[in-house]
Design a protein around this ligand. Structure first.
Ligand SMILES: *Cc1c(COP(=O)(O)O)cnc(C)c1O
Length: 349
């Protein structure tokens, strides 16, 4: 039997590709003489590489970063060339290295063990991550000088800023160490700045910047606020409108008791879609500019909201879940990164 196409989804994630393109252009301009690449790991922060990557290629982006080898095929299918894709987790097994060789996609080498795995697989062009103080993944400066690293064919030497969005001297210390260490590494290009790092000034730009969050409308620091536009917009359908009497209990565990007779709307999205329970503490949807406060517990697949003051709201209407990432982060206590990457597969993108 051929399975028919499913009907249109009752929850939507609209991606504003114009805004995405404009954000990349702004970040490329703010990167000065450096070129802006793009972090497209985690399916372009949840927005979908299938259209994000072609949009960025059209604007001129030529370097893409993913975390896992499983993320490579969709980025290739979206039109990026193998040599334009860097895998941040590097080669952790001989199978990783064999896949890198077979596809021509470049690993980021993060340790002496990864350098050995890469050499044993035949090697070729790669990138090198130096840890300049984040103590997460990457070679410590003390391990750079040896023959194992000297033998690598390094395209990009990179490091990652731990606190670029914070008012701290950690970034300047990481920059100084990066300058010092990279002097002893033979590489074609150097790269240090993520989104927030771009705002730290030309000293942080080197040859290539690696924005992620800011491409997708996140605003990591106030300095970038005026240059970035929202990219992700969420909508969900009202499946049922009900009248709840005073004292009526709403949702799981009776977490909300109607203080007066209410009209409520049951919407088709929930925590399985990435709209976690924390949205219940002060979150709201909107319909044509009018606010519907979320009431009671967020369920796996549903949210109930108060539409007492929106008498014309009808079953089948779509409501917006405001997804200005700065505001949504304040409402939920989630980071802007989490708000994007949590969004589930049931959203029609
Ligand atoms: C995720 C990531 C980026 C992008 O960071 P944003 O803060 O989202 O701009 C850049 N570089 C590395 C190594 C990363 O892991």
């Amino acid at each position: 039997m051929t399975i028919p196409e499913p009907p249109p989804a009752t929850l939507r994630l609209k991606v504003d590709y114009e805004a995405l393109a404009a954000n990349w252009r702004a970040l490329d301009r703010l990167s000065g003489r450096a070129a802006a690449g793009a972090a497209v790991k985690a399916d372009a922060y949840g927005l979908g590489v299938a259209k994000v990557v072609p949009t960025l290629l059209d604007e001129g982006a030529r370097q893409f970063f993913v975390a896992h080898w499983s993320e490579v095929a969709p980025v290739l299918a979206a039109g990026a060339l193998p040599e334009q894709i860097a895998v941040l987790h590097g080669v952790n097994t001989p199978a990783d290295a064999a896949y890198a060789v077979a596809t021509g996609v470049r690993p980021v080498i993060n340790s002496l063990r990864q350098a050995a795995l890469w050499r044993e697989a035949g090697g070729g062009a790669c990138h090198l991550m130096i840890d300049t103080g984040m103590n997460r993944l990457g070679l410590p400066p003390s391990e750079i000088g040896g023959p194992a690293i000297g033998a690598l064919d390094i395209d990009i030497v990179l490091s990652h800023l731990a606190s670029a969005e914070d008012d701290t001297d950690q970034s300047a210390r990481q920059l100084a160490l990066f300058e010092e260490v990279r002097a002893g590494v033979t590489a074609r290009r150097a790269s240090l700045a993520n989104s927030a790092g771009i705002a730290l000034g030309s000293g942080f730009h080197f040859d290539l910047t690696r924005p992620g969050l800011a491409l997708y409308g996140g605003v990591p620091c106030a300095a970038l606020a005026g240059d970035l536009a929202q990219v992700a917009y969420l909508q969900a359908m009202v499946m049922q409108v009900r009248s709840v009497p005073q004292g009526g209990l709403i949702g799981y565990n009776a977490a909300f008791r109607a203080p007066h007779p209410m009209r409520t709307a049951t919407l088709s999205l929930g925590y399985a879609d990435g709209i976690l329970r924390c949205w219940g503490e002060g979150g709201a949807l909107s319909h044509e500019g009018r606010t519907l406060k979320i009431i009671g517990r967020v369920s796996m697949d549903m949210i109930v909201a108060d539409c007492t003051d929106i008498p014309d709201l009808a079953e089948g209407d779509f409501c917006d879940l405001p997804y200005n990432l700065v505001a949504a982060a304040k409402t939920t206590g989630l980071s802007q990164y989490e708000l994007l990457t949590l969004l589930g597969d049931r959203f029609a993108r």
